[in-house]
Design a protein. Structure first.
Length: 109
């Protein structure tokens, strides 16, 4: 499982995940039912061909992390980028609506 940090301010939320060794096309980011899912898989092959033997090593790993998004997030505005083994998903937050206080006085019927 990759380590994940979430940073939030008034306008956006940024999710950062360590994905060393993964290429951008090995990472999948999906948003469904207000849930962000980051998943990926990586296969690494290594072959050593020496004088009297051949040694092959294969490493395979996959991961999936999911998190609920704040209500009202526009999934089409979410962006993602990778740099030096770090995935950064930027989620613009919707403007907060101000709740009004309403007082009612009952009337006699």
């Amino acid at each position: 499982m990759p380590a994940i940090d979430v940073v939030r301010d008034q306008k956006r939320m940024v999710v950062r995940a360590d994905i060393p060794g993964l290429k951008p096309d090995e990472v999948k980011i999906e948003i469904e039912d207000n849930v962000l899912t980051v998943s990926g898989e990586h296969e690494e092959r290594k072959e050593v061909d020496e004088k009297h033997f051949v040694r092959r090593e294969r490493h395979y790993g996959s991961f999936s992390r999911s998190m609920d998004l704040p209500h009202g997030v526009d999934a089409k505005r979410i962006t993602a980028q990778t740099h030096n083994g770090l995935l950064e998903v930027t989620i613009p937050l919707p403007e907060e609506t101000k709740e009004e206080r309403v007082s009612l006085t009952p009337t006699a019927v």
